[in-house]
Write a protein that binds this ligand. Structure first.
Ligand code: ATP
Ligand code: MG
Length: 400
């Protein structure tokens, strides 16, 4: 499928999705970069739906659909592409008022509505009629054939018309996109993904700000079953609908934890596990060209997430750590997980590696000094090398 630009008036009626963006429009000189990425993402997300070409027009995109295209499937796909503010099933044709009126008459005559309004917008002021004149002319024609009354505040049907120099677009319903910035415009980051509720939401929120995510999951096999790994794979599969290809690193952590248990006093084990995870994840991130780590931490949610412990844990990372959920309540995070569709997977019972090998006492106010002392008996280089030697990666893509 190709993108195209058109310089001549559109010769015939073409159906497709009219796509609007908002934040990208503010990007000044970088707008081209953001739009190019949005176009690439749109093409990737719809490559199996018989759509195309994708046209870039002033302030909007138009994706032509074919008879093969299921609008319902396309709607779901577009509703997950970050950077889209809203989109509409639309048709486009030459910007000729009489032809437009005829076509709109045909389109609305099959619909049942008691009230309507016409909402015309001219992107260019060279069109001979003003928006108000277009509204009045089309409105009168629709009223004559349908007998419906005009209602400017709460109509059953809104006939939206957008007039550009070479074409006009018409649509009757506008659907919300997810907003945000196109994935790929914000660099690559590595997300530490447990099987829990929080980290998939954290990944989602960073994708929404344009980041491409590499996922890293630690598991305790052979001391636990495969459940946490299967959950991580399923969560990445869900999130891949927003970034189209993903890589998930699955890292065995059980034997490393056994060594920690053998050498580190119970109350300091969680910060020591977390520091080891960060060291390992950072090496993976650097190999993948990722510029930051992402976690699902939320301040005060559990003992490892006090401000003191967050400071002790992050000390080992030389990459920035992004915590998009830090100021969110569990209820807010849960709601978002339900919206994304990750919640039902996250609540499947499993043994998270940090809840295994846990001591009953967990220190809530650790210092760098005491955790560094606690780590001294561990051969950190050997343990991180062991993690890399035994880790494997899984590739996922969407659409399949
Ligand atoms: P989550 O719901 O994401 O598991 P949580 O509230 O259970 O978070 P913790 O268990 O303290 O909190 O984990 C904090 C963060 O550390 C997680 O959000 C995740 O980013 C990372 N993390 C924890 N366990 C793992 C794991 N097994 N693999 C990868 N990352 C993990
Ligand atoms: Mg957890």
């Amino acid at each position: 499928m190709k993108t195209k630009s058109n310089a001549m008036a559109r010769p015939r009626v073409v159906r497709g999705a009219l796509i609007h963006y908002n934040e990208i429009a503010l990007k000044g000189k970088n707008r081209g970069f953001f739009l190019k990425q949005l176009q690439n993402n749109l093409l990737a997300a719809t490559r199996d739906l018989g759509c195309g070409p994708l046209e870039r027009l002033a302030g909007r995109l138009f994706l032509t659909t074919s008879e093969e295209t299921s609008w319902e499937v396309l709607r779901q796909r577009l509703s997950r592409i970050f950077g889209i503010a809203n989109f509409a099933p639309a048709f486009t044709m030459a910007p000729n008022l009489e032809l437009l009126a005829q076509r709109i008459e045909e389109e609305v005559s099959g619909r049942s509505f008691r009230s309507f309004r016409v909402a015309a917008r001219r992107a260019f002021k060279t069109f001979p009629q003003t928006s108000q004149q277009i509204n009045e002319m089309i409105g009168a024609r629709v009223q004559r054939i349908c007998g419906a009354r005009v209602d400017l505040t709460n109509p059953d049907l809104t006939i939206a018309i957008e007039v550009l120099p070479n074409e006009a677009f018409v649509y009757f319903e506008k659907l919300l996109g997810p907003g945000g910035l196109p994935v790929g415009t914000g660099g690559t980051v590595a997300c530490l993904l447990s099987g829990g509720i929080d980290s998939p939401v954290a990944a989602y929120r960073m994708m929404k700000r344009g980041c491409r995510i590499v996922f890293v999951h630690f598991h305790s096999q052979p001391f636990a079953d495969r459940t946490s790994q299967d959950k991580a794979i399923e969560l990445v599969r869900l999130l891949t609908r927003c970034q189209f290809t993903s890589r998930l690193y699955v890292v065995p952590f059980g034997e490393i934890q056994q060594e920690v248990v053998a050498h580190v006093t119970g109350r300091l084990r969680v910060p020591v596990y977390r520091r080891l995870m960060l060291r390992i994840a950072e090496q993976i991130a650097r190999k993948e060209g990722a510029q930051a780590l992402v976690t699902g931490e939320s301040l005060g949610q559990v003992s490892s997430q006090t401000i003191e412990n967050i400071a002790t844990i992050e000390q080992v990372s030389t990459l920035p750590i992004l915590r998009p959920l830090i100021g969110m309540d569990k209820d807010e995070i849960t709601q978002q997980a339900q919206q994304i569709g990750s919640y039902d997977v996250s609540i499947i019972p499993d043994q998270d590696c940090c809840s295994m090998f846990l001591s009953r006492q967990v220190a809530t106010h650790t210092t760098h000094h005491e955790v560094e002392l606690a780590e001294r008996p561990l051969d950190l280089d050997r343990l991180t090398a062991q993690a890399h030697a035994t880790a494997h990666s899984i590739e996922l893509s969407f659409p399949l």
